[in-house]
Design a protein around this ligand. Structure first.
Ligand SMILES: [Fe+2]
Ligand SMILES: [Fe+2]
Length: 321
């Protein structure tokens, strides 16, 4: 952001109501955030000039408190109706998001698997999911920033409600990460203490030029996978009596259903606009851009509720994609 635009927007923002008075406050759900983040940010002095600018600032932030803070401020300002998309801003999102030095990123097969019956095992699970949620913050903002400018993406311009959806996703991913990071602290652990892998970010990068492909891979493959595995993880965590972690997994599961729904809605919208048949287009995108396996069992009920019906993914799994 230029200093001049920052100054101009700071003075505009000084006249705004506080975040808690704002129409966007209802979606923020302060009671679901950890205690130390439950307050509404005071967004008057944020200096964020557009949604794209806020998305890029969040992506660039290597400090995780800053990434969360910028995410909360940008999402609140957007849902208060005070930001434009900023698609004409020439700044490009970074190729890689800002991240702290730790965790060390290693190939997925180098990560140790541990039973969640032990506290060490539960810490490893919470750490792995926290890493996924951190990636998810950046992936949501990358969709906003990369596809904010209709002239750069070759497809149709997206309506404001498209950005409503992805801004909400980014905010909820920041909430998930914050809840897990605090839960790790309860267990005398911290995010960064264990290794992690870079698979999610890598899986998304081949689709930076094509929003239809990006939506096929990020929400409809990667996030839909979360719907498949979370119920059994939740049952295992409840079975060992870790109710605090279970409460977090319940919030994540409910919110992720909404994230897949946002993906399915806009994937279908783009297909309609381009005269494409959604299920076969999805299969083509997955075969072109996704290298991993599509493993059953699928949570068909949750996937259907989100608008991702079996006609999309069954053929890919049975073909051993
Ligand atoms: Fe999440
Ligand atoms: Fe998500």
């Amino acid at each position: 952001m230029s200093r001049r635009s920052s100054k101009r927007h700071s003075s505009i923002l000084a006249d705004l109501p506080t975040a808690s008075d704002a129409p966007g406050a209802a979606f923020f759900k302060p009671h679901e955030w950890p205690d130390d983040l439950a307050h509404m940010p005071d967004v008057k002095q944020s200096g964020i000039a557009s949604l794209k600018e806020g998305a890029i600032a969040a992506l660039q932030a290597a400090d995780l408190d800053t990434k969360i803070d910028v995410t909360r401020r940008t999402a609140l300002l957007w849902h208060m109706g005070t930001l434009g998309v900023g698609g004409a801003i020439g700044q490009k999102p970074p190729d890689r998001p800002g991240r702290p030095d730790k965790p060390v990123l290693v190939p997925p097969n180098k990560l140790k698997k541990r039973s969640i019956r032990s506290e060490r095992g539960r810490i490893a699970l919470l750490h792995a999911i926290a890493h996924i949620e951190l990636n998810a913050i950046d992936l949501a903002w990358d969709i906003v920033a990369r596809f904010a400018d209709p002239s750069s993406m070759g497809g149709p311009a997206m309506p404001r409600s498209f950005f409503d959806g992805w801004t909400r996703v980014a905010l909820e991913e920041a909430k998930h990460f914050s809840l897990l990071r605090n839960r790790l602290a309860d267990l005398n652990a911290h995010y960064g203490m264990l290794d992690a892998h870079d698979g999610l970010w890598e899986a998304a990068q081949a689709t930076g030029h094509d929003l239809t492909a990006r939506l096929a891979i990020v929400p409809l493959i990667l996030e839909a996978r979360g719907l498949d595995i979370t119920p059994s993880l939740l049952a295992q965590i409840e079975a060992v009596g870790d109710q605090d972690s279970a409460a977090i997994f319940r919030i994540i599961y409910r919110d992720e259903l909404g994230h897949v729904a946002v993906g399915a809605k806009w994937f279908r919208y783009l297909c309609l606009k381009q005269g494409l048949e959604p299920a076969s287009t999805f299969q083509h995108m997955v075969r072109t851009y996704f290298r991993g396996p599509l493993k059953p069992p699928f949570n068909d009920f949750a996937r259907c509720r989100a608008g991702l019906t079996p006609g999309f993914y069954r053929a890919l799994a049975s073909a051993g994609n």
